[in-house]
Design a protein around this ligand. Sequence first.
Ligand code: B12
Ligand code: SF4
Length: 495
Amino acid sequence: MKILLVNPDIPLTFWSFKKALKFISRKAVVPPLGLLTVAALLPREWETKLVDMTTKKLHDRDIKWADYIFITAMFIQRKSADEVIERCHILGKKIVAGGPLFNGIPEQYAQVDHLVLREAEITLPLFVRDIQNGCPRKVYYTHEKADLLQTPIPLWNLIKMKKYAMMSIQYSRGCPFNCDFCDVTTLFGHKIRTKTTEQVLQELEAIYSSGWRDEVFFVDDNFIGNKKLLKTELLPAIIEWMKARKFPFTFNTQASINLADDEELMEMMVQAGFDCVFVGIETPNEECLSECNKVQNKGRDLVACVKIIQRFGMQVQAGFILGFDSDNPSAFDNLIHFIQKSGVVTAMVGLLNAPRGTKLYNRLMNENRLSKESTGDNTDFSMNFIPKMGVEELLNGYKKVVHTIYSPRNYYNRILTFLRELKPGENNKSRYRYCDIKAFVKSVWHLGIIDNGRLSYWKLIFWSLFKKPQHFHLAVTLAICGFHFRSIFQNYGRV
Ligand code: B12
Ligand code: SF4
C-alpha cells in the first residue's frame, strides 16, 4: 500500500510568518505534526511519502504514485485542501481526510472517500483494519478521547527539517478551563491527558538525532494544565536531558496566565530551556472576561503578570480579542495602552469569532446572531456573527488598534519595553550561525535602509548592542517579525 500524506498550503496570515521566514531562508513555521503522527500509526509495511504544500509543490506524479491520499487541514487551508481533493479525484485516487477542517464540517465533505475523524490513535486503526479486510466505511468517528500512551513517535524522516523554523512536540491534550469561544475543550476535553516522561524524552531524542539544533514548540493547548506532573516529573527530566546534550534546543509553548503565580514552575521551565510562552490574555476588560468565562484572567493585574513571566526569562506572546458584547468604544484605546505597556511584542489581536461546537456558537445561534461559518482566521477582519457594537464601529476600532500597535515606532518601542524587562536565560545563550548572520544582513537592507521604520530599527540595534548584547539576536528576530506583521495588516490600510 502506498500512502501520500498531504498538508495543503496556508495563505499569508499572522501566524504563517511568511514574510519573516524569507529572512532566515525557511519555508514554513512548523511541520504538520498531525500528519507525521498519522504516518507513524500506519502499518510499517505500508510505504509513505509526505508533501507539505507550505514548503513544496504537489505534483501530479506524487498523486499518481499513491494508492490513497491522506489529507489534513485547518479551516484556513480550506481553499488549498479543496483543490487537492479535486485534483486527486480527477486522477482517480481515493482520499482519506482528518484533522480540524474535516472534524468541523464533515457534512460538507461528501466528496471525500473516507472521513477518519477525531483523534487518529482511536479511529485510524479501525480504518486500517477495514481496508485490510476490504470493507472500509465512509466515516470513522468516536466520542472517546485517545490515550496518549498510544501515540507513536512522529515519522520525522518524512520531512526536510531545514525547511522549517521550528520542530514540534506534543506533551498533553486538553485544558482544564472553559473559555466560551474556544473549541479546544470540545475537541480534546477538560481532562489533561499526557504522554509519559519517557515518551517525551524519546521524541526529543528522535528530533535531536535527526540533527535538529534549534527551537522546539510544545504544541499543547495549555502546557501547564497539570502543574504537579510538570514539576515532579517532566521538567526535571527535560533539564537533565538538555544538560547532558549541552542545551541543543530552546522551547516555546502555550500556557494560561496563572503561570505567573508559580515561581517554581517558571524557574524550572527556564532551566529546561523555555524562552517563550503564548498566553491568551484576550482583553483587559473584566466584564468581557466574565462574559467569555475566562476565569483564570479575572481579578488580576494582567500587565504585572506578563512582566513577572518576562523577568523570569520568557518572552510573552499573547492573543487579544475585540468584539465582545461588553466591549464599548473605549475598548480600542484601552487595548492599545495595555499592549504597549506590557511589552507583548507579538500581540495577535483578532476579532471574536464563534467556532462551531463552542458555547459562544450555541448562545449566538439561540440569539439568532450567527451569520456564517468562521473562516478560522480571526485576523482577516471577518466575523461570523452580528456584534452588539455595530460592524462599522468595531472594524474601524480594530483597524485603529492594529495600525497603531504595528506602526514601526510603537512596535520597536514595545521591543525595547520587553527587552528591558527580560532576564537573560542562563542556558539559552544566543548562538550565531551563518543563517543568523545572513538574516541580520538582510534585515539591515530591508529594515535599516528601505523600510520607513529605519530610524527605530537602528535605535533598537544600537541600544541592544550596547545595553543588552545578550539579547541582540532576539532584538533582530523581533524586528524581522515586525516586518511580517506590518505586511499582514497593510492590506487593510496603511501601517
Ligand atoms: C500548533 C498549532 C498551531 C501552530 C502550527 C500550525 C501547523 N501548521 O501545524 C501555529 C502557531 C502556527 C498555529 C497557527 C494557527 N492556528 Co493553530 N493550532 C495548533 C495546535 C495548538 C496544535 C496542532 C498540533 O500540532 N497538534 C498535534 C497533532 C498531533 O494533533 P492534530 O494535528 O490535531 O492531529 C491529530 C488529529 O487531528 C488527527 N488528524 C490530523 N490530521 C489528520 C489527517 C488524517 C488523514 C487523519 C486520518 C487524521 C488526522 O490525528 C492526529 C493524531 O490524533 C492546535 C490545537 C490542537 N490542540 O490541535 C491549533 C489549531 C489547529 N489551530 C487553529 C487555528 C485557528 C490557527 C490559526 C488560524 C489561528 C489564527 N487566528 O491565525 C493559525 C493559522 C495557521 C497559520 N500558519 O497561519 C485551530 C484550527 C481550527 C480549525 N477548525 O481549523 C486549532 C484546532 C486550535 C483551535 N481550536 O482554535 N497553530
Ligand atoms: S485556556 Fe486557552 S485552551 Fe483553555 S479553554 Fe481557554 S482559550 Fe481554550
